[in-house]
Design a binder for this molecule. Sequence first.
Ligand code: ARG
Length: 462
Amino acid sequence: MKKMWDGRFSQASNELLESFNASINFDKNLYKEDIAGSIAHASMLGECGILSQDESAKIIAGLEQILNEIECGEFSFNIADEDIHMAIEKRLSQIIGALGGKLHTARSRNDQVALDFRLYCQKQNKKIATLLKDLISTLKNIASEHLDTLMPGFTHLQHAQPISFAFYLLAYAFMFMRDFSRLESSFARNNLSPLGSCALAGTPYPTKREIISAKLGFDGITQNAMDSVSDRDFALELLFNISLIFTHTSRLCEEMILWSSQEFSYISISDAFSTGSSIMPQKKNPDVCELIRGKTGRVYGNLMALLTTMKALPLAYNKDMQEDKEGVFDSIKTACDSLIILNQMLKSTQINKANMLKACKSGHLSATDLADYLVSNFNEAFRSAHNITGRCVALAEKLGKDLSELDLNELKSIDARFDENALKALSLLSSKEARKSAGGTANQSVKIQLELVENFLNSAKF
Ligand code: ARG
């Protein structure tokens, strides 16, 4: 098969080279961006007088026809065309004849692919941000129903202090809000057009790169041609942003797996998002959570792969960079699928308040409050208050009770100063409500957090 670049070649390509070298099987994903970029380029060439207006119009009409052919499934992708750029250019020449060969004036595949891939990443960045917003909204909606739902807060996966389920869910909402803002700032930083940088050094033609940039919705143009064709930071940022989203989703999913186990039974994941076992009829497994947790591996892997590919590459374009796409496509699909299913699963998850409350009654969750009571009522130093409370805990353990279940006489047997207010301090609810500090778990503080999330949801867009 004749190649578009074979003018200086006298021997045919090695058989294996064709498929090894080709990227069309995956970069056909970029067809829309490639055609949009070519249309913007052709129209700039016309506006700058590098092509006649008539030539420019004919090229654009041909490109529009190709877009239609691809969308109707009538376009045949052929490995001999190597990549999406050459496949489209070849087809253009079939449709409009020799004029098709003028499209590549003042352009190279190096800036073309840099443009296509950047446009694609920017579009997907926005899509992921929208899905994140949906997830945050679900977390907020569930949280607003659970301000008074008590659950144990953990450190070291040991019962620590009572918190509300709302407070717990909002912790994730804030993580995903930061993920959103990372996507937002990556988008802003990378919203520049590299097209017109050509092979690496710019072009002698009187081009106006700003015309292309404006037509494609960029905020401006990149400023150094060599950097523009060598840069894949935008893809790396997207891979990192997705990786951090997965750090957060995998923690949430890990907890959903724990919370739905018999040991906790804080939540029940709906049948629609659970699977059964082929041998054990009683089983209901949280496969969706496990898969999202597991997919974190491939998402991190895609980031490491591209970081490694880009490391130590000499400027400017190297074919190594063709390896940039598949991992990005994979991470994007993994992120979109996972965010959609996680959101739906959360909406249908049942919250078992009674079990959460029961769990709060083991592990002496209000011990810190008893120590705080001693400090504030008797001016006791925190260290000795800690010790007295520790002795109360030992007594409760001996009696087979939770600290919050000791009566006044039992408390007085440790320290005669204990009074009714000690019992109040030990109540799980007042322990939660005492934590009114900014960002704390008391309803008063959680309401402010809910408001912040609400404001974010009302204003976040880019
Ligand atoms: N398929 C190539 C890629 O994805 C397009 C750029 C090719 N440029 C070149 N000089 N061979 O990187």
